[in-house]
Design a protein around this ligand. Structure first.
Ligand code: AMP
Length: 225
């Protein structure tokens, strides 16, 4: 679609809430890219770059990668032309310090404060744990779920034919830690977004299609696309 003005959407949600899937769907509808530090870092790690090597250990344990690294990859990504008309972020900003950096960075681009919108996908801890157990991913960036979003052929990516696998940081003990960190950090992030920007809250406990429709509806209620 042709956007009337630049728009920036930030997806928040616990791991397994479906925010990556919804971020992809919404970005495709709006015709803007998704910026996901997690994806960018996995790429750097797999390419064996210096940056990727520093990040790899933290990622393996579900810990946050140092801000300096995140700033580098975010800067690099935001400088690409396809981000000019807006973008959707998945997994960024993760805490207030990153949010402040992000806002500073956005001052150089022209975007109204009320066109910076957080979509918060809420989900209970128990559901998160069940969901993550079934998550499978592909190196091309596609994500599936053994129950809710199955690939056509078991263990094989629909998009590229690659082999699906469980992310190391999706293992139960690591998920506990990621979830605790998320719960701690999300409150101040949402508070800040409510005060300065806008927030849409939806339940992640519905089908992908239902959540997609709810986000679209709320977004259209909120601003002129
Ligand atoms: P994700 O794919 O968003 O779950 O991210 C996977 C891993 O990448 C996280 O567990 C962190 O180690 C790292 N990561 C992703 N985004 C960030 C971020 N904004 N700040 C710090 N580390 C991040």
């Amino acid at each position: 679609m042709f956007l009337s003005k630049k728009i920036i959407i930030t997806f928040f949600g616990p791991p397994g809430s479906g925010k990556g899937t919804q971020a992809d769907i919404l970005a495709a509808k709006l015709g803007v890219p998704v910026i996901s530090p997690g994806e960018l870092l996995r790429h750097e790690r797999d390419e064996g770059t210096a940056l990727g090597r520093v990040a790899a250990n933290k990622m393996m344990h579900g810990e946050l990668v140092p801000d300096k690294i995140i700033e580098q990859i975010i800067d690099k990504r935001l400088n690409k032309r396809d981000a000019n008309r807006g973008f959707v972020t998945d997994g960024y900003p993760r805490h207030i310090k990153q949010l402040k950096y992000f806002e500073e960075r956005l001052q150089n681009t022209i975007v109204d404060n009320d066109r910076i919108i957080a979509v918060y996908i809420d989900l209970k801890d128990e559901t998160v744990k069940n969901r993550i157990n079934g998550r499978r991913v592909c190196d091309c960036g596609a994500a599936y779920h053994l129950e809710h979003n199955r690939p056509e052929r078991e263990g094989v990516c629909d998009h590229c034919g690659g082999k699906l696998y469980q992310r190391r940081d999706d293992r139960p003990d690591i998920v506990e830690e990621r979830l605790a960190g998320f719960r701690r950090r999300i409150k101040p992030l949402l508070k800040h977004f409510r005060e300065r920007h806008k927030v849409i809250t939806v339940s992640g406990d519905k089908s992908i299609k239902e959540t997609e429709a709810e986000i679209w509806q709320e977004l259209n209620n909120l601003i002129k696309l």
